[in-house]
Design a protein around this ligand. Structure first.
Ligand SMILES: Nc1ncnc2c1ncn2[C@@H]1O[C@H](COP(=O)(O)OP(=O)(O)O)[C@@H](O)[C@H]1O
Ligand SMILES: [Mg+2]
Length: 361
């Protein structure tokens, strides 16, 4: 799959941009603060409807403006024109000019794997950032997953508030809680299975990729979930066993919303024992493994975005990675200086120079 062109209106420091892309490699060059990350962020928002930076969605609108519009043509299994507009009235997504009511349906159409310097913290950060990683990636592969996850979170909220009610008022019936618990378990098991399948696939690939980059062997992703290796019956019983505690806390302490993954190198957890370099390479390997999984599962490569990779990793290794990636993948790479990129790669690339929110000819 590839993005052929991009039109931006009031997106961060891009007032007005109209740009065509190469179906293979695109190198975006510019000094710091010029808009390189903004540009690839726009591609990301077009695909996933949300930015990977910040929690306030409106921050992508150019300062002192009311709305932003991103538009692009995608070529691949689904050829179409995609559009996202965001204003204080909310977000709209269009495919071929037709409004899309459900963002969850829109979201699985354009597939993007992004590597950004912020990802380097994933291994050290709290479990929620690792769950987020799983959720974003599995949602792109399977739009039922996102629907189930959304429903799970909705029921979890209801359950937590009902636990609080039960704690305050001992006459509240447990029947309703049981209904919520059963729903939670059914959705939770489906989500658990999807996560497990995905991590198994990652594990078939990641060790080799990590070895290519680092010459170190045996990187494994370990899935930690309280639903692991127990039957539905036992899971159900567990919720009754911890009911008193959960009522007191007003919160559900058991379930897949506590899942986590570990990055293990020769059985050592990289969170505790890994160097910064090992952690970076592990995350990068994870993302590159996904590229293959997407291709196997969807029959085409996702768009791969590598933001600021050269400032983070040894450039010889990156050039190796770029050479070893399949030629059918559309890649966006941002760099501050072309000196990092080998001539061989430069030759086959479209070079886009960014200066203060404008493309230089
Ligand atoms: N909402 C916004 N409106 C206008 N300019 C913005 C907005 N958000 C960020 N910027 C500007 O974008 C620039 C940073 O762009 P960025 O893409 O992160 O740079 P880099 O080329 O280093 O990746 C800064 O100059 C910042 O002021
Ligand atoms: Mg940047």
């Amino acid at each position: 799959m590839e993005i052929l062109d991009l039109k931006l209106r009031n997106f961060r420091n891009f007032r007005n941009l109209n740009i065509k892309f190469n179906k293979n490699k695109n190198i975006i060059i510019g000094n710091n603060g010029m808009g390189k990350t903004n540009l690839i962020e726009a591609i990301y928002v077009l695909g996933l409807t949300k930015s990977f930076r910040g929690t306030n969605e409106n921050i992508i609108i150019t300062k002192n403006e009311n709305s932003t519009k991103i538009e692009g043509n995608i070529n691949g299994n689904i050829k179409a024109n995609y559009q996202i507009t965001l204003s204080s009235n909310g977000k709209k997504a269009k495919i071929n000019n037709k409004n899309q009511e459900k963002l969850s349906d829109y979201l699985s159409k354009i597939n993007i794997i992004l590597f950004n310097p912020d990802d380097l913290k994933i291994i050290k950060n709290s479990p929620s950032s690792r769950r987020k990683l799983l959720n974003i990636e599995i949602s792109q592969l399977n739009n039922q997953y996102l629907k189930k996850l959304t429903e799970y979170n909705h029921i979890l909220k209801q359950r937590n508030s009902y636990l609080k009610t039960m704690y305050i008022n001992s006459f509240t019936s447990k029947e309703y809680l049981d209904i919520l618990t059963d729903k939670l378990i059914n959705l939770g098991i489906d989500i658990y299975n999807e996560r497990k399948k995905f991590i198994d696939k990652i594990n078939k690939l990641i060790s080799n990729i990590f070895y290519e980059i680092t010459d170190e062997k045996a990187l494994v992703i370990k899935y930690n979930s309280c639903y692991k290796d127990i039957t539905q019956e036992k899971i159900r019983k567990k919720y009754d066993e911890i009911l008193e505690k959960d009522m007191m806390l007003g919160s559900t302490t058991f379930g897949i919303h506590h899942d986590d993954i570990d990055f293990l190198l020769n059985d050592d957890n990289l969170r505790d024992y890994g160097s910064e370099g090992q952690q970076k390479n592990a995350i990068l390997s994870f993302k590159l493994a996904e590229v293959e999984i997407f291709n196997n599962q969807l029959g085409e490569y996702p768009i791969l975005i590598l933001d600021d990779l050269f400032s983070e990793l040894d450039s010889k290794k990156i050039n190796n990675i770029l050479k070893f990636l399949n030629k059918d993948i559309q890649i966006f790479i941002t760099v501050t200086d072309l000196k990092y990129v080998t001539d061989e790669i430069k030759e086959n690339s479209n070079i886009i120079k960014i200066n203060n929110g404008k493309v230089e000819e």
